[in-house]
Design a protein around this ligand. Structure first.
Ligand code: UDP
Length: 422
């Protein structure tokens, strides 16, 4: 991109702070996506400001990630953790502070990319005041989520309305997988422009060392058979299915088998409650001696865990994309995932891993047994998984696709403005 295109763009992620530690409550794929996207776009020459809600009095207002890329935390409600369903009430304040910041800095943003429905609302209101093209990524769809929850929250109606309105009015909606596009079309609206651009991962960082080095670093024995999960503690993630699957697998009685469960949690919060529930199931099945809860896994260690594992399991009930799957694959580790959503796109059964029906512990157990008892096949799956990520899901490739989309939309919008003023 030449310097004339070095324009200012705004990424909005009201509830997913791109500068926060990943792996804690409410911090997961969206935070990772926004941060990596922002950094990669800045690398391509854009000036990127990532706006999020200030959720702690101790957090700095501005975090500089790299030249031309920063997180800006705006006041919106209390400077404390607020569950995402309660944040919508503060979005008016968020928008006011965003416009004030823009005026104070004297910048004019050429495009806004919103993430999740709460940010979609902010983007739509912004567009009512200033002409600015909007790109939107859902990260999660209310219409899918509410199919599987027992209690529909009060906010559901508002969320569904916003999700429909943004699809119909944004210049482009980015679906991260063909499966997500189908869901958007069938469950949200037949109007609006959708483009499929997947999530990406850092193929230099993930896959930098080999399995022997990774095991040495973690102090794991080369003969151990390691089944690995990492992600948020949320019932939707299906960790219970994984634990029960290991419990009923044939391999479970092999003295070398270990189940490693990674991810942060805080006692008393929803993730702490889910972790306690999972620990109780581990105890009930008599699996304490083969199970380790690592807590949150820091960025620097994440690729070491993925690489050292024999198999990574992603047993989610639903997943619009599922970054964990491609991170593991980038580390040449095959993935056993639920046969849902974006996981049907990233994991190719029998080629880079296996798919099993969600919540089906017997099917997961069979898949785990198959992979762990065929080490050569396991290695082939892992190698093909790595190739698939290199070909389709590298951050550089994904950022180029998004950058091209932005350029096209920015050009279209300046042509419209020129025509209007002619
Ligand atoms: N993650 C992490 N450390 C942890 C747990 C999770 O860095 O202890 C990261 C993980 O590597 C991935 C993200 O959190 O990048 C989870 O994204 P995913 O799309 O799999 O799930 P989501 O959280 O969006 O539901």
């Amino acid at each position: 991109m030449n310097s004339k295109h070095r324009q200012h763009i705004a990424l909005i992620s009201v509830h997913g702070d791109p500068a926060v530690e990943i792996g804690k409550e409410e911090a997961g794929g969206q935070n990772v996506y926004v941060r990596h996207l922002g950094e990669a776009l800045a690398h391509l020459g854009w000036h990127v400001d990532m706006f999020t809600r200030k959720a702690s009095a101790d957090d700095p207002v501005i975090v500089e990630h790299s030249p031309r890329c920063r997180t800006i935390r705006l006041k919106a409600g209390p400077e404390a953790f607020v569950p995402r369903d309660k944040i919508f009430g503060y979005t008016g304040e968020f928008l006011d502070n965003l416009l004030r910041f823009q005026e104070w800095e004297g910048v004019r943003y050429s495009l806004v990319h919103t993430n999740y429905w709460i940010s979609a609302w902010v983007g739509m209101q912004w567009k009512k005041r200033q002409s600015i093209p909007q790109v939107h990524t859902y990260h999660s769809l209310g219409a899918v989520k509410y199919q599987s929850v027992e209690a529909i929250p009060m906010i559901a109606g508002t969320r569904l309305d916003v999700e429909k309105a943004v699809l119909e009015t944004a210049e482009r909606t980015v679906a991260t997988s063909p499966q997500e596009k189908d869901h958007i079309r069938s469950l949200v609206s037949s109007k609006g422009h959708i483009q499929i651009i997947p999530c990406g991962t850092d193929i230099q960082r993930f896959g930098a060392i080999d399995r022997t080095q990774a095991r040495q670093q973690l102090g794991w024995n080369p003969d151990e058979k390691i089944i690995f999960y990492v992600g948020r503690f949320d019932p939707r993630k299906g960790i219970e299915t994984l634990v029960r699957a290991v419990g009923c697998s044939q391999i479970r009685h092999d003295p070398q088998v270990k189940l490693i469960i990674g991810g942060g949690s805080r006692p008393g919060y929803s993730d702490g409650i889910e972790r306690e529930r999972i620990e109780a199931i581990v105890d009930e099945l008599g699996m304490r001696d083969i199970t380790t809860f690592t807590g949150r896994i820091r960025d620097e260690l994440l690729s070491v865990y993925y690489t050292a594992a024999d198999v990574c399991v992603v047993p989610s009930h639903y997943e619009p994309f599922g970054l964990v799957a491609i991170e593991a694959m980038a580390c040449s580790t095959p993935v056993i995932a639920s046969d849902v959503g974006g996981l049907q796109f990233t994991v190719v059964p029998e080629e880079t891993g296996l798919l099993a029906p969600p919540k089906d512990e017997v099917a997961f157990a069979e898949a785990i047994d198959r992979i762990l008892s065929h080490p050569d096949w396991r290695n082939q799956l892992g190698q093909r998984a790595r190739w698939r990520v290199e070909e389709k899901f590298s951050w550089d490739g994904v950022a180029h696709q998004l950058s091209d989309l932005y350029l096209q939309l920015v050009r279209n919008s300046s042509q419209v403005l020129e025509q209007a003023s002619a």
